[in-house]
Design a protein around this ligand. Structure first.
Ligand code: NAP
Length: 245
């Protein structure tokens, strides 16, 4: 039976790949992002709606519109997220810190808290969180991004406890390096600098992560994959990458 799958941050990278994979399965999709003009190209049959996870009113409108259009939400993929800059703590500044924490932590909470009650009323569902290996291991210049991703771990644990007995699954899919627009965003549009992140190595592609999400969601309802850590073979941790150049 087709599921109603909501993907946040579906205009690019991992979110777009996840949307395409679910679309191929014949699921009913609701996609959100700020750059709405990109969404219909991702999955032409999907319901597309403006979403800024940092704006509570936008989140409210998005969740209401998706339920009105596609019915109760079976799967929520909390993918919207970003890193901004690589400043160390002593030289960093609040604008970038706030943007990361507001998007990656508070934004995810604002979406999830509006979706969970509907899932529970509807007899269950699956909350997928796109975390990161940055949430498992910090690196120089990534303290706040890593902190924002580490914060998702207790949030997932709490949701599992708070929804126990309600048929709600919670899975965190935590990738290493993935070749998306992530680094271009991190370096505020500096493509040359972004390309250096992936130079001489073979990163994951967005489809690799999407396949992990699909695998977790496609398990039988009594099976909850807690955390999937997925890394490029050429990456041992956030700062150890094998390069040929
Ligand atoms: N690429 C990596 O190496 C990597 C590794 C581990 C984890 N991740 C995580 O994977 C997720 C997806 O990143 P990506 O690599 O696919 O990067 P990406 O290509 O830059 O995609 C990020 C997506 O998030 C959306 N987004 C950002 N801020 C938003 C907001 N305020 N409201 C709604 N949507 C927002 C963007 O859409 P709009 O700009 O159109 O709103 C875009 O669709 C993020 O959570 C990231 O932290 C990435």
């Amino acid at each position: 039976m087709s599921r109603h799958v909501v993907v946040t941050g579906a205009s690019s990278g991992i979110g777009a790949a996840i949307a395409r994979h679910f679309a191929r399965k014949g699921d009913r999709l609701s996609l959100g992002a700020r750059r709405t003009e990109r969404l219909p190209e991702v999955a032409p049959s999907a319901f597309c709606h403006q979403l800024d996870v940092c704006d509570a009113a936008s989140v409210e409108r998005f969740v209401a519109a998706t339920i009105a259009k596609n019915g109760p939400i079976d799967v929520l993929v909390n993918n919207a997220g970003l890193a901004r800059g690589t400043e160390q703590i002593a030289t960093g500044e609040g604008v970038a810190w706030r943007e990361m924490i507001e998007t990656n932590v508070l934004g995810l909470l604002e979406v999830t808290r509006r979706v969970l009650p509907h899932m529970i009323d509807n007899g269950g569902g699956h909350v997928v969180v796109i975390g990161s290996i940055a949430g498992h291991k910090a690196y120089v210049g990534g303290g706040v991004y890593c902190g924002s991703k580490r914060a998702l771990q207790p949030i997932c644990e709490a949701i599992r406890m708070e929804t126990l007995g309600k048929n709600v699954r919670v899975t965190s899919v935590d990738p290493g390096m993935v070749d998306t627009e992530f680094s271009v965003v991190r370096f505020s549009g500096d493509k040359e600098r972004a390309e250096k992140v992936y130079a001489g190595t073979r990163p994951l592609v967005a489809d690799d992560v999407a396949e992990c999400v699909l695998f977790a969601v496609d398990r039988p309802a009594h099976v909850n994959l807690d955390t999937i850590v997925v890394m490029p073979t050429d990456q041992a941790n956030p700062q150890m990458v094998h390069r040929t150049n």
